[in-house]
Design a protein around this ligand. Structure first.
Ligand SMILES: [Mg+2]
Length: 281
């Protein structure tokens, strides 16, 4: 897909995120907006996906596991526009009995969701099981994950990071949303992460940076570079530098909108900055 086409999906996805959280006055727009380019690129350009009905076995296609499940608004919008379910269903976000719960679940049966998340720190462990299953099955497709940077404060991650390198799980690309923010403030104040590149390398991973994680061309190129590094004995970590709240000026560069919805006026302002490209749900 052309970069311009991907950017058009990004505009629509930002609108969906704002409208979804505004409607129910809850949800997490900041991290969703920061990872919009990544998820749009992943699902529309980077991953090899099977056409037809979604199945949980996921054999012979690439898989994605969202570990920082609170950014469900961006995940649901991208899945809907990719055809996993109708975009009208986005209007049920966070409602009782909706398949689009605030944090993704699997028992609701929403196509595209492969694990329940929201409790942080678990996604890499789940993805490792799937990646090793692919190896056992002779399935050459890849497994992708996304994690918040603040999420790395959960100890389970570091067990999984050690395991992945120790078992040469080289069909796995773990991306860290490196925005330096978490719900209570900058990561540097809540609990500093230290030198993440050095830490992943010390655990035996191959590490690359996407320095402009909100520039579509940089994201596509970075993910393609990550793909090229798979199959060489090491798991691959992408440190993706993003801006929390990207694309809505008053939400950018702050944790203030991590888990807060815009009011009517703020919604109108945010939508005015993001043209409707594919049709609102
Ligand atoms: Mg963060």
């Amino acid at each position: 897909m052309e970069i311009k086409e991907l950017e058009n999906i990004v505009f629509q996805t930002r609108r969906d995120i704002l409208r979804m959280v505004h409607k129910v006055n809850s949800g997490h727009p900041g991290g969703s907006l920061g990872c919009t380019e990544f998820l749009v690129a992943l699902y529309n350009e980077v991953m090899e996906l099977k056409e037809g009905d979604f199945d949980m076995d996921g054999t012979n296609e690439d898989l994605f596991f969202l570990s920082n499940g609170h950014i469900s608004p961006v995940f649901y919008s991208v899945l809907a526009h990719r055809g996993y379910f109708s975009k009208e269903e986005l209007g049920t976000f966070r409602l009782l009995n909706s398949r689009l719960q605030g944090h993704p679940t699997t028992h609701e049966g929403l196509p595209g969701v492969r694990m329940a998340s929201g409790s942080l720190g678990q996604g890499l462990s789940v993805a490792l099981g799937a990646a090793q299953a692919k190896k056992l099955n002779g399935d050459n497709n890849l497994v992708y994950t996304l994690h918040g940077d603040g999420e790395l404060q959960e100890g389970q991650n570091w067990e999984a990071i050690m395991y992945a390198a120790g078992k040469n799980v080289d069909n796995l690309i773990a991306t860290i949303d490196f925005n330096g923010q978490q719900i209570d403030g900058p990561t540097s104040e809540v609990l500093p992460l230290g030198d993440l590149e050095a830490k992943f390398k010390a655990f035996g991973w191959d590490v690359l940076h996407i320095k402009e994680g909100n520039n579509m061309e940089a994201v596509v190129n970075g993910l393609n570079e990550a793909k090229a590094r798979t199959g060489k004995g090491k798991p691959v970590c992408v440190l993706m530098h993003t801006i929390m709240g990207n694309g809505v000026d008053f939400m950018m560069h702050t944790h203030a909108w991590h888990g807060k919805a815009p009011n009517d006026e703020q919604l109108a302002n945010g939508l005015a900055q993001n043209p409707e490209t594919l049709g609102d749900y």
